[in-house]
Design a protein around this ligand. Sequence first.
Ligand code: NAD
Length: 473
Amino acid sequence: MFDFKMIINGKKVSTVETFDVINPANETVIAKCPMASEKDLDDAVEAARKAFPSWSSTGEEERARLIHAIGQAFDDNAEELARLVTLEQGKPFKGFAGLGARFEIGGAVVWSHATADMSLPVEVIQDNDDARIEIHRKPLGVVGSITPWNYPLLIAIWHTVPALRAGNTVVIKPSEYTPLAVMRAAEMINEILPSGVFNVVTGDGALGAAMARHKGIDKIVFTGSTQTGKKVMQDASSNLKRLTLELGGNDAAIVLPDVDVEKIAPKIFAAAMINNGQTCAAIKRLYVHESVYDELCNSLAEIANNMVSGNGETEVDFGPIQNRAQFEKVCAIAEDAKARGARFLSGGEPGKGPGYFFPVTIAVDVPEDARLVTEEPFGPILPILRFSDIEEVLEKANATSVGLGGSVWSTNTERATHIATRLECGTAWVNNHAALQPNAPFGGVKESGFGVEFGTDGLKEFTVLQTVQIAKK
Ligand code: NAD
């Protein structure tokens, strides 16, 4: 049993009341975590507020140096962190195409270093005989981070490292399903940063809501479901908090007739099934032109039928679904598709347990009104839909309230790019999907949220703009 504590003002804090953390591969309890009270949250916010003046006035170079040290600490302890992610989240250590827990920690290392090297110098927009006008970017104060369970450490880093780099202090609440890697990382971070700069509190949605309402928090960066994002937005109005909301998606990929099926099939499979399909910007609806439909379906089914799902501590391609509620949702969505006439070319039936196992599932002949098409399953199940007319398929791809990612696949990249720009989504890929990198802004449109992460645009989200106007006459 792991026994991690919260960290408030540089000190480890436990509580009488706790909650269980479950290993989704065998349903055993692996840790009892502190259930933070509102008083614990107040303490964490107060510590972050007190640390803010000193941290925000720490020199740019010094902040960058310390963030590089955080990246180095993750690298030095990568095996331990990856093991925690495997145990709490379920993803295999290595996994299919090397996209497992070790990949997640690698991402945390890469993003920390890349963000450390970013900066927001003063911009001069006018300097003439009348006036000099400068744009300064100043940190906001205390940033509250609320994270989901699919990439427990990586998303925490995406939220908090740019916040720190811009000069803010942080209070983070990881998902109650997967708090362990973040708690361990917080220990490492607190060995590097001054006390109070990085605080971690643990608890469920009620604690998240208390953060969103808290008057001592200046901004919330939230990744999770659209439903919860809407509640965060309501609660954040208490003090007009700034918000970045990275919410759900239902990404469409469109495959044009001129593709090389053998070449694209493994890439499409990986982009749909990455992290067992529990990825916000995974391919969730695959629209394939009728001329290559059967060939691509068969290629994807062949890959899927060779996949092994099992306990992520062993040599498997995919682990379990992360929690029971999500597992039951995926089972219900598969049942609904079957009842509406869908055929499964692989998988389709849940494992017997223990553990929340659902095999990699390729579904064909799925009607457009099936839950598998209209909802985000967030699991290893991909509907493949047939199309003949590009205008019709674009209409279907865009006929959703969310818009995170989308892609077009073709050997004619110019045509594909033109079509991709007509997708209503924050990131449109051509001959790729779900590929993220630290210098490319990423965010949703419509009900996938607002604001972006990554790159200098992402860094700006953790600042407030000040215009400084110096009269010369
Ligand atoms: P969730 O919304 O249930 O929970 C996310 C976090 O919010 C958890 O820490 C939870 O404790 C907290 N929370 C719950 N109720 C709250 C409330 N009322 N106020 C404040 N916080 C509250 O989401 P999840 O099930 O953990 O994650 C899955 C969802 O996240 C999927 O919809 C997925 O698409 C989305 N997601 C989006 C991105 C992205 O970048 N756009 C990335 C990963 C996941």
